[in-house]
Design a binder for this molecule. Structure first.
Ligand SMILES: *[C@@H]1O[C@H](CO)[C@@H](O)[C@H](O)[C@H]1NC(C)=O
Ligand SMILES: *[C@@H]1O[C@H](CO)[C@@H](O)[C@H](O)[C@H]1NC(C)=O
Length: 344
């Protein structure tokens, strides 16, 4: 590391200490135990790839967003809930030796409309089996009450059967982050799976404080990455004067933002406290940016085609199953052809 590198590292340590006001002893090596920045930079690419409009490109992993960081990925399954415009994929990532499960964010209307609607989302569903825990029914149902859940669980089982009991990394951006959260919890609580890890990008709040503490108990190492002034993690709103009735994030937030020191700008990944609502993290600024929502760790999380739930290419030659409602599951067996008729 050159002299500039050293100065930069020293500055970063100072900033981390200043920002969080916690003990220096903890701060010296914050990222290795709680938050793995390298892993985040890999997962954000997987979370971005699902916005590829062309299903065939995604399935064959030839999409522009399937960049070099994610070489060595074996796609196992894509689940498309056509009725509800939802999508997820499951595969094996050899570079991180894990099953990767990715959920797509919203495609309906425009992102602006979706964000405006977030303001009015109610805590209108008791989370099953957990006293006092309430969540938003729409987010819950998107995962639990569609074809997504069965498809994803099936995909995970197939992947683990082939590649062994490797960890399961669940991720997603925006609405996809909300679905990823429900999925990770479901895998632990209802399917009894071990090695489940969660890292989301720019997700909204999904439940109340009782739900957040329930969540923390089952997924103590979950990470929610937030970016600068991204508006979505501020929604639905948190009312500190109304602690029992308000939405409440589960921990742990990692707030990625720029800090200006004189004429220099440093990017800081601030590891927040374990309350879920650290007032020194993204809550310390106003959430007023849509732009910050669609860029995470330098990667574009912008959908290639908004307002389009239609499937862009002809997938009929790819191996798939379709249910009565027209929802489809594309699945693939490594080493064998993914075409419907393997003689072609
Ligand atoms: C962080 O993640 C990377 C990529 O998955 C891995 O190679 C590395 O060992 C991890 N670091 C720690 C400290 O766990
Ligand atoms: C799931 O869907 C069914 C049928 O549409 C509906 O009756 C039920 O209330 C939904 N469950 C939840 C939790 O929203």
């Amino acid at each position: 590391m050159g002299r500039r590198g050293l100065v930069k590292a020293a500055l970063l340590v100072c900033l981390l200490v200043l920002c969080s006001g916690r003990e220096l002893t903890i701060k010296q090596r914050p990222s290795t135990t709680i938050y793995n920045s390298t892993l985040a930079k890999t997962l954000v690419e997987y979370a971005s790839a699902i916005y590829t409009a062309d299903l065939t490109q995604l399935f064959t992993w030839t999409c522009a967003r399937c960049g070099d960081l994610i070489e060595g990925f074996e796609m196992m399954e894509i689940v498309v809930d056509v009725e509800n415009c939802l999508q997820a994929y499951v595969g094996f990532a050899s570079n991180i030796n894990a099953v990767v499960v990715v959920f797509r964010g919203t495609q309906e209307n425009s992102i602006q409309n979706w964000i405006e609607d977030l303001l009015w989302k109610q805590l209108d569903l008791d989370y099953p089996g957990m006293a006092e825990a309430m969540v938003h029914r729409g987010f819950y149902s998107a995962y639990h009450n569609t074809t997504i859940r069965d498809g994803v669980v099936h995909g995970i089982q197939r992947t683990r059967k082939l590649f062994g009991d490797v960890p399961i990394m669940v991720t997603g951006h925006s609405m996809g982050g909300a679905m990823a959260s429900f999925c990770a919890l479901d895998l632990v609580v209802n399917h009894g799976l071990d090695g489940v890890k969660l890292m989301t990008f720019g997700q909204p709040r999904i439940g109340n404080a009782a739900f957040a503490s329930f969540f923390k108990k089952y997924l103590p190492h979950a990470i929610r990455v937030t970016h600068a002034h991204d508006i979505v993690p501020h929604l639905p709103p948190y009312f500190s004067f109304f602690p029992q009735k308000t939405y409440h994030h589960f921990p742990r937030e990692v707030w990625v933002h720029n800090v200006r020191v004189g004429s220099l700008i440093y990017s800081v990944e601030q590891i927040c406290d374990d309350s879920g609502e650290d007032p020194t993290c993204s809550r310390s600024v106003s959430g007023n940016s849509v732009q910050d929502h669609i860029y995470y760790l330098g990667v574009s999380m912008h959908a290639e085609a908004w307002n389009s739930c239609r499937i862009v290419t002809d997938y009929s030659r790819l191996r798939h199953e379709m249910d009565l409602n027209g929802n489809i599951v594309l699945s693939k067996q490594p080493g064998s052809s993914y075409l419907e008729h393997s003689d072609q």
